[in-house]
Design a protein around this ligand. Structure first.
Ligand code: SF4
Ligand code: SF4
Length: 369
């Protein structure tokens, strides 16, 4: 089943209240109360008995302890063996009970910032090629990211109209994510492209998974950045020089909702001649970068950053590749301090093409124009 069809089928099984406020929805019929989702949660150390009790509380729409302990990493959706999506219920109940990882003033500031990035379109040379969306993340991405043979001829779009607001799955306000979904898809559809490549995983997941799940027609194919890089590198053939490095990957939490994208990352690593460091906090055991905790729980946020960096170094990585612009901007400084080179995934591909040297490529702070 295609991702969109799967998501739509999932949506149709949701309760009415979840259809109004939720992410997709917790499928209680699928939940066998095994407790695996919460015994594997990186934020708590629950026994199987406690995990089952929590799940039963969630099923009753109760104020389970996990609502306050949850760091919104979404790992439980991926670890559930039946695909019941427990995070969707957790997220919905966080909103219902006003449990948020960020203060009201910070949530307001995030919304204001997201709404104030000017729309910008640079029309590419070939209208048959996709558009590349940088959404509101242009300042968090590597400078001149798209000035590369990898994106030659693509139309480049950025600004508030092209941002999905998936961030609110982390702020405890998933209804805002849903509220903006239709407009987000319309704005992208107006570009008239068959395919849209997303530089931000959040927006990819909205277009490929969530919007179809909400019943919104998506008239273009959503392409994950790593998927596009695979295509572009494959076309370059012998121009690609294998880097011969061992590098760690910082998996973005949102890809728990689109786990197939992690295989695209594997392919980018293979095509660039990079060994993906077999570290503890990767794949199913990936650990959030901690950016969402920075305001209310700065110690926990720092701990997550340090755990990820120490883990990468322990497993012999000389660099950390990022697929999410927020993780990249947030962790670049600490990575540099620890001697671990931060590299955004598109820059890794550029290095293999010889466009830029293999060296640390940290996020450079710059003002929003
Ligand atoms: S949501 Fe999934 S993992 Fe969690 S208890 Fe239910 S079936 Fe088990
Ligand atoms: S989203 Fe992450 S932190 Fe929250 S309950 Fe699920 S696994 Fe635990």
């Amino acid at each position: 089943m295609k991702a969109g069809a799967w998501a739509r089928a999932a949506w149709n099984t949701g309760s009415e209240i979840e259809q109004k406020t939720g992410l997709l929805m917790f499928d209680t019929d699928r939940c066998t109360e095994c407790g695996a989702c919460l015994t594997q949660c990186p934020s708590v150390q629950y026994s199987t008995e406690k995990a089952i009790a929590e799940i039963r509380e969630l099923k009753q729409f109760g104020q389970a302890d996990i609502l306050s302990a949850c760091i919104t990493c979404m790992a439980c959706n991926e670890s559930c063996p039946t695909g019941a999506r427990p995070f969707d219920r957790i997220s919905m109940l966080q909103e219902q009970h006003g449990i948020r990882l960020v203060s009201g003033s910070r949530a307001d500031m995030i919304e204001t910032q997201l709404n104030s990035v000017p729309k910008h379109i640079v029309v590419g040379g070939d209208s048959r090629l996709p558009a590349l969306s940088l959404c509101v993340m242009e300042q968090a991405l590597p400078q001149n990211m798209a000035v590369s043979a990898l994106f030659k001829g693509l139309t480049i779009v950025s600004g508030s109209p092209y941002y999905s607001r998936v961030v609110h799955l982390h702020t405890g306000m998933p209804s805002l994510t849903r509220e903006h979904a239709a407009r987000f898809i319309e704005n992208l559809a107006d570009l008239g492209r068959k395919e849209i490549v997303f530089a931000h995983d959040d927006c990819y997941v909205m277009a490929a998974v969530l919007a179809p799940g909400y019943g919104i027609d998506v008239p273009f194919m959503a392409v994950h950045l790593a998927d596009w890089l695979c295509r572009a590198l494959a076309e370059k053939g012998t121009e690609v020089k294998l880097l011969g490095k061992r590098i760690a990957f910082q998996r973005p939490c949102i890809t728990r909702l689109a786990p197939w994208t992690d295989r695209c990352v594997d392919t980018v690593f293979r095509l660039t001649g990079v060994e993906r460091a077999a570290r503890t906090y990767d794949g199913m055991n990936a650990l959030c970068c901690g950016i969402g905790l920075m305001e209310k729980y700065p110690e926990r946020s720092r701990e997550l950053v340090q755990k990820n960096i120490a883990d990468a170094l322990k497993h012999g990585a000389e660099a950390m590749v990022f697929g999410c612009p927020s993780c990249y901007a947030f962790m670049s400084g600490p990575c540099m301090e620890a001697g671990l080179a931060p590299i955004f995934i598109s820059d890794l591909a550029r290095m293999a093409l010889g466009e830029i040297p293999f060296e640390p490529r940290p996020h450079i702070r710059r003002d929003i124009a």
